[in-house]
Each structure stands twice: as C-alpha cells, then as structure tokens.
Design a protein around this ligand. Structure first.
Ligand SMILES: [Zn+2]
Length: 152
C-alpha cells in the first residue's frame, strides 16, 4: 500500500523533519538550544539551498522588539561591500519549526541582496526564485521518502 506523503510544511528531510518530532532536543528544549539551532539551520540552508554563496558568519540576532513580524532582514553596504543581518522575533519564533520556516524566508531576502544585488522586500520574482529552490529540496526529499516507503 502506498503511503500518502503530506505536502507543505510537513518536511521529510532528516534533520529538518526532526524539528517536528517531539523527541528532538530542539523541540523539547527549544529556548536553551535556539541559538545553536539557528546557526545549524543557517549552515544547512546555506549549503543545500544557496550553494554556500551566503557568508558563513552572517549575523542572526534575536529581537525582542519584533512583535508583529516573525523576522526581518536588514541590508546595507560597509565600505562598499553589501551585507545583511537577519532579525528573528523572540516572541513569535517560539518553536523549532517556526524558527526553521522564518529563517529560510529571511535567508531568501538576504540572498536577493547578497547574491543578486537587489533588495527584494516585496516577495517578488527574485525572492520567489530562491524560495522555489528550497521547495525543490523539500519536495525531492518527500518523493524519496515515498519510494522508500513503497519498497518496504
Ligand atoms: Zn519577507
């Protein structure tokens, strides 16, 4: 019997999938481990979605003043060199899966600026393109799970 694979935010990609599991330390002790999780997710997304084109040391700050948005990306140039800072809402991002979804959203904004040289704040075509790369990763992983399940 073929198992139905849920779409959308039901992720099927090892570490990403674990973030929806009640036994993961990132789920049970989210507040203690959220800093580590943010860096781990950042490294993972940078490698698998952005081909390591984002800076390894991009600042990710937990922001207590962000109360209506889950995240925000700041842009600028220092000595002519573009940079981006990702702000994560302390109040809204209170779980591992929310952090995962917010971080990839903001990384797509950062990628528009740092990789393509355009600050796409309106979720336009460029931002959409980077999100599509993430969706391909997640969908492909879901398909692999399907074929693995049907063989067993
Ligand atoms: Zn946005």
């Amino acid at each position: 019997m073929k198992e139905e694979v849920p779409r959308g935010h039901q992720l099927h990609y090892g570490f990403l999938k674990d973030l929806s599991s009640p036994t993961s330390k990132y789920v049970t002790d989210f507040h203690q481990n959220k800093q580590e999780l943010a860096r781990r997710l950042y490294r993972f997304f940078n490698q698998s979605v952005f081909d390591n084109q984002l800076p390894a040391d991009m600042e990710i700050s937990w922001n207590k003043r962000l109360r209506r948005q889950a995240g925000r990306t700041g842009f600028g140039k220092k000595n002519g060199v573009p940079y981006a800072v990702i702000h994560i809402s302390d109040k809204i991002c209170d779980s591992a899966d929310r952090l995962r979804d917010t971080l990839i959203h903001e990384m797509c904004h950062a990628a528009c600026w740092l990789i393509d040289g355009e600050a796409d704040l309106t979720h336009g075509l460029l931002w959409d393109y980077h999100c599509a790369m993430y969706n391909v990763l997640v969908t492909t992983a879901a398909c692999c799970t399907t074929s693995f399940t049907s063989q067993t």
